[in-house]
Design a protein around this ligand. Structure first.
Ligand code: ADP
Ligand code: GLC
Length: 517
């Protein structure tokens, strides 16, 4: 099949969360399954920085150190061809209307795998910025996010329409690409685009919808009749995600439980009625884990290797983590960890509440996260008050994320809602027993004792309260006091298989169904 994916984030080029991991892995494993795959993504500044680092490494590998140019101008000149190898210019000029304006952009291309091409939309005015969606200093959303991503949606549609290999499926991800199904539908009805590809929209998170003032509808350059409650309009506003939910040929989300949850008022973010109407085309496919990256053996980020039959290296990882974060190096003290965006979605306030009580048991807790300033301050304050038990790193550090998964005995993820969640699956593989709220993908990937006594690998709780989390953490401590049972949980968790091949088969079935094969 010929599939064009589109996402605003793509690992390793740009990432704020699991969307980047998911779209990169889906593209890679679809290509490995023999499909022709393209991925369209903005050329965010972080992608340029990554490409530059790759190019520099290639230059240093090719040219002996003594012959490398020292003069900055000559260095840039030497780097230029290497940059072209990493992200090559692509012969494609975009000149697209955005309301009364025309926006020009170019396209660059990378081919990291056979069958896989990444198309970067190079519009520096929109994407060459320090953050993806927010200014990292003020933490305020960029004022023109609507313009940026409506333009991106138009660029995706343009590639889908004119790429010579004619994608049969255009697979969109989240609100940034929500307008594409409507643009495709309109252009096929009104402009004779035939055969137009089928569109699929995957919801990674229903909360951000790109909702904005109705006057911004003019930026779509579409006729007024789509600004309607049965289309892109939502309570007088423009809602790009809603447009996608109405017009895509199929809808998916990233776990079966979340697929059901979003049809209820509790999780539906105001769109549950529409999702209920579209239930026959909505399904949930659990994300996979890219075990080439998330592995406990041959992992450059870890100080020691280990696997389910020999956990010796995990003890080394725990000691190294404790030492690195200035906690007492104690094998006998249970270490809990979390790596997360600091956002109410993730239930991190429940962790703050529960820890006040649970720290009395002597446990240690490590958090790596960034996000809402008030939550950052509260965690930093907790670490200041309990310097021998709590370590908090505010920031975004992929290597430390691996080290926490490997060093922790338990992993806390009390999300209020969780479309899929990747960290609980990483922690299963890394032998950090997940303690999770039973929602979305957490419900679908962790097995509690009450569900299957003989293959439990984690602890689940339901109420989104500190009290319920405290109870779950006490269960974790009971497990800690029972080493044979603890070992069994770990063994089951480390044996759980969420490899992408399985998820890709589910997407292949869906693509075939949508294409009517
Ligand atoms: P979400 O996408 O909702 O944030 P997921 O669990 O799907 O949640 O994915 C989160 C991804 O982002 C994981 O790969 C996780 O390791 C990574 N991550 C989150 N916060 C940080 C951080 N502060 N430093 C490094 N990696 C992080
Ligand atoms: C979103 C969700 C998360 C999911 C990720 C990848 O960011 O919040 O649950 O794992 O997308 O699909």
């Amino acid at each position: 099949m010929r599939v064009l994916l589109a996402s605003s984030e793509l690992e390793p080029y740009s990432k704020t969360g699991g969307l980047a991991d998911m779209t990169a892995a889906l593209g890679k494993y679809l290509a490995r399954a023999g499909h022709q795959v393209g991925i369209v993504t903005p050329l965010h500044r972080s992608a340029l920085v990554y490409a530059r680092r790759q190019a520099e490494a290639a230059l240093r590998a090719r040219v002996p150190a003594r012959r490398l140019p020292r003069d900055p101008a000559r260095w840039e000149a030497a780097l230029e061809p290497e940059m072209r190898n990493v992200i090559a210019p692509f012969d494609w000029a975009l000149d697209l209307p955005l309301g009364p304006l025309h926006v020009r952009a170019s396209v660059r291309r990378a081919t990291p795998e056979p069958n896989l091409t990444i198309y970067f939309i190079d519009a520096p005015g929109f994407f060459d910025r320090e953050g993806l969606y927010l200014d990292p200093v003020s933490k305020a959303e960029y004022w023109d996010n609507t313009e940026r991503y409506l333009f991106f949606a138009k660029a995706v549609t343009n590639l889908a329409r004119y790429l010579p290999w004619q994608p049969e499926i255009v697979h969109l991800h989240d609100w940034h690409t929500g307008l594409v199904p409507l643009l495709v539908r309109h252009q096929s009805w009104q402009e004779g685009w035939s055969p137009a590809p089928k569109t699929i929209l995957t919801i990674h998170n229903l909360a951000p919808q790109g909702r904005c003032h109705g006057s911004k509808y003019a930026l779509t350059n579409l006729p007024p009749y789509y600004f309607h409650t049965q289309a892109a309009e939502f309570w007088g506003d423009l809602n790009p995600l809603k447009a996608g939910l109405v017009f895509a040929d199929a809808l998916t989300t990233v776990s079966p439980t979340y697929a059901h949850e979003i049809t209820t008022p509790q999780y539906g973010e105001g769109l549950d009625g529409l999702l209920l109407q579209r239930k026959s085309v909505l399904s949930g496919i659990l994300n996979g884990v890219d075990y080439e990256t998330w592995r406990t053996v041959d992992n450059p980020h870890l100080p020691a290797a280990y696997h389910r039959d020999d956990l010796c290296g995990k003890r080394t990882c725990k000691a190294a983590l404790q030492a690195a974060l200035n906690l007492p190096v104690r094998a006998d003290v249970p270490l809990f960890g979390t790596v997360t965006r600091l956002d109410p979605q993730k239930g991190v306030d429940l962790i703050l509440g529960a820890l006040e009580e649970m720290l009395a048991t002597g446990l240690q807790y490590v958090l790596l996260g960034s996000g809402r300033p008030d939550l950052e301050l509260e965690f930093a304050d907790l670490a200041r008050r309990y310097p021998h038990q709590v370590a908090v790193v505010i920031g975004y550090q992929p290597a430390l994320a691996h080290q926490i998964e490997a060093g922790a005995d338990f992993y806390l993820m009390p999300s209020r809602f969780e479309p899929c969640g990747l960290n609980q699956m990483y922690s299963l593989r890394y032998g950090a027993i997940p303690v999770v709220r039973a929602t979305g993908g957490l419900q679908d990937s962790v097995v509690d004792l009450r569900e299957h006594a003989d293959r439990a690998d984690g602890i689940k709780f339901l109420e989104p309260t500190p009290r319920a989390l405290v109870k779950a953490m006490r269960k974790a401590l009971a497990l800690w006091d029972n080493p044979p049972l603890l070992a069994r949980y770990r063994y089951h968790g480390m044996s759980a298989d969420f490899s992408w091949e399985r998820s890709v088969r589910a997407y292949e079935d869906l693509y075939s169904r949508v294409l009517g094969h």
